[in-house]
Design a protein around this ligand. Structure first.
Ligand SMILES: [Zn+2]
Length: 420
């Protein structure tokens, strides 16, 4: 008879998944699919992956017939704003021009956003963020950029900080004073004000990243460089919106400054994509935004892959693209963008983590990383792209705690017996 292996008791065991997708960095199939695998979690971190027969969980989730995968990482959102653009959208889809003088686009919600205190901004954003978490997003980025004045941008930063402690998901704050030129402002003057605000932003610890929208009618490559270089001096890592509607030629700058991500990329050339890949810049693809704006030149994300870039998927949830769940983004990335299902799943997890500089913490289910885990009520990962609507998320685990999802019949509660 074999020697009995001692059983280690841990906080949580998720066992017998039809498919466990580790999305490990080196997974040759991109998603690290293990049939019948499980996870052991203790103290918020993953302690075992695959065979968990040597672990007993104070809490146990039976994932038989289900898919277990990392929580989604939504690396590009503008989820904090006031008001909405529903009327503008309705007019657009009907082909009706907006009323004379109406504020549209990024400035369409500027007045509504400026009118709100940080607390009120959180009140408006919180329902959206709770829905994101319920749909499986355990880490998300939140940009400022809808205030477009120093005071309003500061309130948006404060709102990010409050939001971070109000939700169970991990929030990564990005300063995006350089989102657009506010109406009536001089671009050079607004650039100078942004540069002047960056040291305060960094000193207050209110943002990890510094982002600029570089495109025709927005910031020029020279202004973009001033803003991103100034942020770097204060430890704010660059991110960049580039080439969404025109070719700016700013991609080499993003590579040179070591941007953590380059987002949109619709008009970026193949040679520039290769430069970005070389510099380790993650490319962020947002197919729902392209759909919402009926983009004239949707990105072919397979160009990024061919150039050797790691791809991240993101919702780009904002007043112009009210997308909550990453499952919709995966659907669109596969059908509209031609990504394979494993590539899209990896981009929604590991790719997103890289686009936030969190590749060692989240986005993969490997030993030592945060236990941010989804249990999906589908029998295989292909269903993520195949089901056009209806969230498959059955349970959401963030840092080892079940934060969303009812106690399903699949969950065996052993915590009652083992906890006081
Ligand atoms: Zn954006």
């Amino acid at each position: 008879m074999a020697e009995q292996i001692p059983v280690r008791t841990v906080d949580l065991v998720i066992a017998d998944a039809a498919e466990l997708l580790t999305c490990a960095p080196d997974a040759t199939d991109l998603i690290g699919c293990v049939r019948g695998g499980g996870l052991a979690v203790d103290d918020g971190r993953i302690v075992a992956v695959g065979d968990v027969s040597g672990y007993r969980g104070r809490r146990r989730i039976d994932a038989s017939g289900k898919v277990v995968m990392p929580g989604f990482v939504d690396s590009h959102t503008h989820v904090v704003f006031g008001g909405d653009r529903a009327a503008e959208y309705a007019g657009k889809v009907a082909g009706a021009p907006p009323p004379e003088g109406a504020a549209v686009g990024i400035t369409g919600t500027m007045a509504d956003t400026r009118a709100l205190s940080a607390e009120e901004l959180v009140d408006q954003a919180l329902p959206r963020v709770r829905q994101m978490l319920a749909a499986g997003t355990t880490t998300f980025e939140s940009k400022t950029g809808y205030g477009l004045s120093r005071e309003a941008e500061w309130r948006l930063l404060e709102a990010n900080a409050r939001l971070a402690s109000a939700v169970d998901a991990r929030l990564v704050s990005t300063y995006l004073g350089g989102h657009a030129i506010a109406p009536g402002r001089d671009p050079e003057q607004w650039t100078a004000e942004i540069v002047a605000q960056l040291p305060e932003v960094a000193a207050a610890g209110l943002a990890a990243f510094n982002d600029v929208y570089c495109d025709e009618g927005y910031f020029t490559p020279a202004q973009t460089e001033r803003i991103l270089a100034a942020g770097l001096e204060h430890g704010l890592v660059p991110k960049i919106h580039l080439d969404a509607y025109s070719h700016t030629g700013v991609a080499p700058l993003a590579a040179r400054l070591g941007a953590v991500s380059a987002d949109h990329l619709n008009y970026t050339t193949d040679a520039e994509l290769e430069q970005l890949a070389e510099a380790g810049v993650t490319g962020v693809y947002m197919p729902c935004l392209e759909y919402a704006v009926a983009h004239p030149r949707p990105l072919d994300p397979t160009r990024l892959q061919r150039a050797g870039m790691e791809v991240a998927l993101a919702t780009d949830v904002c007043p112009g693209c009210w997308t909550i769940g990453m499952e919709t983004v995966i659907v669109m990335a596969c059908r509209a963008g031609g990504m394979s299902v494993p590539a899209a799943i990896r981009a929604a997890t590991r790719g997103g983590a890289l686009a936030l500089g969190l590749g060692e913490r989240v986005g993969s289910l490997t030993v030592g990383r945060d236990a941010d885990v989804l249990v999906l009520d589908v029998p295989s990962h292909e269903h993520l792209a195949y089901r056009l609507s209806g969230s498959p998320v059955d349970a959401v685990v963030r840092a080892g705690a079940v934060v969303s999802g009812a106690r399903t019949p699949a969950e065996e509660l052993s915590d009652k017996e083992s906890r006081p």
